[in-house]
Design a protein around this ligand. Structure first.
Ligand SMILES: Nc1nc2c(ncn2[C@@H]2O[C@H](COP(=O)(O)OP(=O)(O)O)[C@@H](O)[C@H]2O)c(=O)[nH]1
Ligand SMILES: [Mg+2]
Length: 391
C-alpha cells in the first residue's frame, strides 16, 4: 500500500490531483479542511488536504479498503462525480470505461439468464425424460397437439414424480387412458323379430361399398344369416354395379333405393335378419346431397344402426371436419378403413370419444377377409409404446 497526501483549494481538485498522479484506483482515507497564508488572519485561503492510499494489487486493495473503511466507497463516488472537472483525456477514458463496464454487465446478465434457462430445461428433462419421450412418440403417431397437451397436463397433475419417472408405469397409465377414452361396440347384432338396419355413411372413396360387401359376405355367406343389400348410392351407376356384382356373387337380394318411400317399404317388407345399406358416394362437402340422403333414411322411422366410415389415413383436421358434417346422421359407431395403409392412428384416436363406438377395422381390399371387429388393443399395439421402455 502506498499513502500520499494532496492539497488543493477544493476537495474535488485534491481528488483530481491524486488521480492524475496515482491513477484512478486510489482510495481516500483521510480529509482535512484548513486555511493557509494570508496576513494577520486576512486573505487566508481555504484548502483541503486529503490522504489517499493505493495498493499495488488494486483489486485486492479495493476489497480490503472497503472492509476497513466504508467511507472509501463514498469517496470513490465523489471521485466519479468530479469527473466533469478533470482533464479532458481522463474524463474520456473514464467515460468509455463506464460504457464498457455497463456493456459487460449487460452481457453478463444475458449469459446468466440463458444459463438459468438451460438449467431449467435440463431439470425438466432429467426429471421427466419418459414423459417427454411418451409425448414424442404420440407426436410421431400423429396425435393432435391438443390431445398431447391435454395428456401432458393430466399426467403432470395426477402422477407422482416417481410414477412419471418409471416408463412401465407411464406406459400402463397411458394405455389405461386410451382404453378409457374410446369404446368399442362389438360385432353387429342380429335383429330379433324385425331386421337390424346397418347403414354406412362417410366421404367418397373411404371404402363404404367394399366394407358393406365384406360384412354381407361375413354374415350372409360365412354365418349363413338372412341378409340383403340396399344402396342409396344411385348417383353413380358404377357404384351400383359394384355392389350388384357382389350381391349376385353371394346370391343376396339387392335393391336400389331412390326415395324415402322406397326405403321405408323395403324395410317394412323385408324378411331378412340384417339389411346392409350403402349410401351416396357424394363428397362430404356437398351438404345438399347429405340432407337428401338423411331425408331418405329418416323415412324408415325405425332405429338405424349407423356407422360413420373413416379412413385411417385421414388427417386430424379433415377427420374433425368429416365428423362434424356427418353429425346430422346421428351415427354412434365408427368403422376405420385402410388400416393397412398407415402405421399411425393418432389423428383418429385424438378425436374419438366414448359416445362414438368403434365397430370394425378394415385392413385391405380383399372381400371378405380384410375386416375385423374393432379392438382397443390393436390400436394400442399400433402406437408402439415399447419404444418407451427400450431406453
Ligand atoms: N388398402 C385398402 N383399400 C381399401 C380398403 N377398403 C376399401 N379400399 C379401397 O378403396 C377404394 C374405394 O372403395 P369403395 O368401397 O368404392 O369406397 P366408397 O366410395 O366409400 O364406397 C377401392 O379401391 C377399395 O378397394 C382397405 O381396408 N384397405
Ligand atoms: Mg361406394
Amino acid at each position: 500500500m502506498i499513502y500520499k497526501t494532496f492539497k488543493a483549494p477544493t476537495y474535488k481538485e485534491a481528488v483530481l490531483n491524486a488521480k492524475m498522479e496515482m491513477g484512478s484506483n486510489v482510495y481516500i482515507i483521510g480529509r482535512k479542511e484548513a486555511k493557509e497564508g494570508g496576513f494577520l488572519g486576512l486573505f487566508a485561503r481555504n484548502f483541503t488536504q486529503i490522504t489517499v492510499a493505493k495498493s499495488e494489487d488494486s483489486i485486492k486493495g479495493l476489497q480490503q479498503k472497503k472492509e476497513i473503511n466504508p467511507g472509501a466507497l463514498q469517496a470513490d463516488r465523489a471521485l466519479q462525480a468530479g469527473a466533469s472537472i478533470r482533464g479532458k483525456s481522463t474524463f474520456q477514458s473514464e467515460q468509455s470505461k463506464i460504457v464498457e463496464e455497463s456493456a459487460l454487465l449487460k452481457e453478463l446478465n444475458e449469459i446468466k439468464t440463458r444459463l438459468k434457462e438451460i438449467a431449467d430445461l435440463k431439470d425438466r428433462d432429467t426429471e421427466k425424460p419418459y414423459l417427454e419421450k411418451l409425448l414424442t412418440i404420440l407426436n410421431e403417431n400423429d396425435f393432435s397437439v391438443e390431445y398431447i397437451e391435454q395428456l401432458k397436463s393430466k399426467f403432470e397433475g395426477e402422477l407422482t414424480l416417481k410414477e412419471v419417472q418409471d416408463p412401465a408405469v407411464l406406459e400402463e397409465r397411458f394405455k389405461g387412458y386410451i382404453r378409457e377414452s374410446i369404446e368399442t361396440s362389438g360385432p353387429i347384432q342380429i335383429g330379433k323379430g324385425k331386421p337390424s338396419v346397418v347403414v354406412l355413411v362417410g366421404p367418397t372413396g373411404v371404402g363404404k361399398t367394399t366394407t358393406i360387401a365384406k360384412l354381407a359376405a361375413t354374415y350372409g355367406v360365412l354365418q349363413k344369416r338372412k341378409v340383403e343389400l340396399l344402396t342409396i348410392d344411385s348417383y353413380r351407376i358404377a357404384a351400383v354395379e359394384q355392389l350388384d356384382k357382389y350381391a349376385q356373387l353371394m346370391q343376396i337380394p339387392f335393391i336400389v333405393i331412390n326415395s324415402r318411400e322406397e326405403f321405408k317399404n323395403a324395410i317394412l317388407n323385408s324378411k331378412s335378419e340384417i339389411i346392409f345399406v350403402d349410401t351416396a358416394g357424394r363428397s362430404q362437402k356437398n351438404n345438399l346431397g347429405l340432407a337428401e340422403m338423411r331425408n331418405i333414411l329418416d323415412g324408415a322411422k325405425i332405429n338405424l344402426d349407423i356407422h360413420l366410415v373413416l379412413s385411417a389415413t385421414t388427417k386430424y383436421r379433415d377427420a374433425l371436419d368429416i365428423m362434424n358434417r356427418f353429425n346430422q346422421f346421428m351415427y354412434n359407431k365408427v368403422i376405420i378403413t385402410k388400416m393397412d395403409e398407415t402405421n399411425t392412428i393418432g389423428s383418429l384416436l385424438s378425436i374419438m370419444n366414448r359416445d362414438k363406438k368403434l365397430s370394425y377395422f378394415t385392413t385391405g381390399q380383399g372381400v371378405p377377409d380384410d375386416i375385423e371387429i374393432a379392438e382397443k388393443e390393436k390400436l394400442l399395439d399400433m402406437i408402439m409404446l415399447e419404444e418407451l421402455c427400450a431406453g
